[in-house]
Design a protein around this ligand. Structure first.
Ligand SMILES: [Zn+2]
Ligand SMILES: [Zn+2]
Length: 724
């Protein structure tokens, strides 16, 4: 008998012999410690295979970590299907979905029957393997003379407990402290006990020294924090449709709680901020589950059986038979995993629901283009007040006169304003005013961003992190006057401060997070920030939201950009829980469909027209699309690898190309950013109405010569231009 074991690594299943002397029948889903390379890793048993003649070459697993399976059979099936869906090894999918799988281990070893070998350390008795050389261990393992055992180390803490009954050898104060400890059962520290007993720390120290109290190691009980806020009233719908849109945040939240009211429900969130905000108001019982929790806590919560889980994508594999899965804000780009399988968690949730036969619901203010054609319920969207400021007519940059007037009213009326900018730093570009020279990153084909702090400021590449001091004079013509383009947070904040010196101005981005407490208290002021601001509570007196350059949120060369822009604008309209702040947009395109939809109060119009457009042009969801990224330090090598793959794929597609509704192969072409971190990047785009076709074409794609190949199995955007 041999075991098929999946490790959380970019590999398929591996075969191992069952652990030595293990009487337990192997059950799929159990976690198992196995030797891997020179160390020990923890994987999951997928199944049992027939013995074969080559088994003597297999390594033996060390031991199981679980009594009950960590994954259930439906979870294992989901893992396999998810790996197929994303053309990824199943082990990669396991690593992505359960990064907390491997606990700290106590791994002990000894020599078989106390076998002694000259030149070996003392190993007749069980010893912690961490104290020994892994290479030596591996040799002994291969030689068949090593016994091993392993168990999960549970997190522990030290606690002060009473050890003996009081006696007349103690002083009055020592007696009082001991009685307090006996009454409490335990104390977390000597200081804590002294404070509780109303005695000095010396008294408690004496108790410990005399042996009346002492330290004991106890296992830490791990549980999730209870919700902090008042619970809301769930709003159940008699026959909820697959898609619910519109409404205000609190209303959608009530509907989500209503959808979960019958229990056995997973509610999936794109971001931790939103998940925690919702959990605080969720009627119990519910369990939060996300990557912000410690791995120990996630492993502890994994086996609890709450009827409702509010989870991130990491909850998708939980061993539960959900009756319903609710996807919140299905269009959020945060559902896309940035590395590993690069899967899209909303697609994974759809697959999970399909395999479990669970009901699936999408709940968001604006529907994603992927789901807008499903039957839906539309609630009244938040009321909007929109003021487009046409940059082709109005003067002033980066703030027009109109914008300054609006901002000037903020302190007069004791109100608050939020200014949203697409970039960190001072400006997206710096250029010489005499000769147009502009600094670019030596590693990437991108202009260096200008950051102001310091006398001269710094030039920084936001892609690779390269940084240098800004020049004092132009290195080409010696000119001393520089111009700036693409306003960032620092520039806009400085401009507001200059024009309205009495107005308190705060900044908020990944780079600088000012304390916003005065605004949260209701004091007048303006906060200038990136989209990181959308993950903070809206100031209570918010009256104005200003976008100095709305197109900054609408990058060209990205087929999903209009959908994202539309979603962002509506998110702003729903930012304050009850008010409708004025949304002022400085823009060159005041009649962009997304702006018109906001004015007209339509949340479905733009996704509907985008869907129609993508069906005509052959973009997702009309087709499944994958991007192959070939990169190398030599441009020619990267290009040649992409060309070779293109030839291979063309042959593979054969006659399909003539009958295909859309060209199934695009490129090779330089990526939108042609060089990143010193590597030239070429893209090949594959698309087909049926994912199986893509799988067939990619099946034995030869590995590229020299170049590196990365596959994006579900591109959500070709350029990541938005910055927190
Ligand atoms: Zn110059
Ligand atoms: Zn760079």
């Amino acid at each position: 008998m041999r075991l098929s074991v999946l490790l959380p690594l970019p590999l398929g299943p591996l075969s191992y012999l069952p652990p030595e002397g293990c009487s337990r029948p192997p059950r799929p889903g159990l976690r198992l410690a196995v030797p891997f390379r020179k160390g020990v890793r923890v994987g999951v048993v997928l199944g049992v295979e027939e013995a074969s003649e080559s088994d003597f070459a297999l390594r033996r697993a060390i031991g199981y970590l679980d009594e009950e399976p960590f994954l259930d059979e439906a979870g294992i099936e989901f893992l396999k299907r998810a790996a197929e869906l994303y053309f990824a090894p199943a082990g990669q999918m396991l690593a992505d979905l359960a990064p907390f799988l491997e606990p700290p281990l106590l791994h002990e070893v000894r020599l078989v029957d106390g076998a002694a070998r000259p030149g070996l350390p003392q190993m007749a008795l069980w010893r912690d393997a961490a104290e020994l050389d892994p290479v030596l261990l591996d040799e002994l393992r291969e030689g068949g003379v090593l016994e091993e055992r392993v168990r999960e180390l549970k997190p522990t803490r030290k606690t002060l407990v009473p050890l003996r009954a009081p006696s007349d050898k103690l002083t009055v104060k020592q007696l009082a402290a001991l009685e307090t400890l006996r009454a409490l059962g335990e104390a977390e520290s000597q200081t804590a006990l002294a404070a509780a007993a109303g005695v000095g720390p010396g008294v408690v120290r004496a108790l410990v020294e005399k042996g009346y109290a002492g330290w004991r190691e106890v296992e830490v009980e791990l549980s999730a924090q209870p919700p902090a806020g008042p619970a809301l009233e769930p709003l159940p719908l008699p026959e909820p449709p697959p898609r619910i849109n519109g409404g205000r945040w609190s209303e959608r939240l009530q509907l989500a709680a209503g959808l979960a009211a019958e229990g056995e429900t997973l509610v999936l969130f794109p971001e931790r901020y939103e998940l925690e905000r919702v959990y605080d108001r969720w009627p119990p019982p519910a369990l939060p589950f996300h990557g912000g929790q410690s791995p120990q806590l996630r492993r502890a919560l994994w086996r609890e059986k709450p009827s409702v889980v509010l989870g991130s994508y990491q909850a998708l594999l939980m061993p539960r038979q959900w009756r319903r899965i609710v996807i919140i804000d299905e269009g959020s780009t945060s559902y896309k995993l940035p590395s590993g399988s690069r899967a899209h968690a909303a697609r994974l949730a759809e697959l999970r629901a399909e395999l479990l036969g669970a009901d699936l619901h999408y709940l968001s203010l604006t529907p994603a283009v992927e789901v807008v054609d499903k039957p839906g319920l539309l609630l009244r969207p938040p009321r909007t007040r929109v003021l487009p400021i046409d940059l082709r007519r109005e003067r002033g940059w980066p703030l027009t006169g109109r914008a300054v007037e609006l901002l000037a009213q903020v302190p007069q009326k004791s109100r608050q304003a939020l200014v949203l900018v697409a970039r960190r730093g001072y400006s997206g570009r710096l250029f010489c005013k005499s000769c147009d020279w502009q600094p670019v990153c030596p590693n990437c084909d991108l202009p260096l961003r200008f950051h102001k702090p310091g006398r001269r400021g710094h030039l920084v590449c936001h892609q690779c992190g390269y940084s240098e001091p800004a020049p004092e004079v132009c290195p080409v013509c010696g000119g001393e006057v520089f111009g700036y383009a693409g306003p960032g947070v620092q520039w806009v904040a400085a401009e507001i401060q200059k024009r309205l010196p009495d107005l308190p101005v705060y900044q908020y981005s990944a780079e600088r997070k000012d304390d916003l407490t005065p605004l949260q208290r209701g004091e007048p002021g303006v906060v200038v920030g990136t989209t990181a601001l959308l993950r903070t509570p809206a100031p209570p007196e918010l009256a104005l939201i200003l976008l100095p350059y709305a197109e900054g949120f609408l990058p060209a060369s990205d087929f999903r950009a209009p959908e994202r822009y539309h979603r962002l604008l509506w998110q702003l309209a729903d930012l304050h829980p009850t008010r409708s702040p004025l949304i002022a947009l400085q823009t060159f395109e005041p009649d962009h469909p997304a702006v018109e939809a906001l004015i007209e109060g339509s949340v479905t119009g733009v996704p509907e027209s985008e869907l129609a457009l993508r069906r005509v042009l052959g973009y997702p969801p009309a087709v499944r699309m994958v991007v192959l990224e070939f990169s190398h330090r030599q441009e020619a090598t990267a290009r040649a690898a992409a060309m070779e793959a293109a030839d291979f794929l063309q042959k593979r597609q054969g006659g399909y190309q003539e009958t295909a509704p859309f060209a199934p192969l695009l490129g090779p072409a330089p990526a939108p950013v042609p060089r990143v971190r010193g590597r030239y990047v070429f893209h090949l785009i594959l698309r087909a109405p049926e994912p199986n076709l893509l799988r067939d074409w990619l099946a034995d794609l030869p590995p590229p010569k020299g170049a590196r190949l990365r596959l994006d199995p579900d591109p959500v955007g070709f350029v990541g231009l938005l910055e927190d």
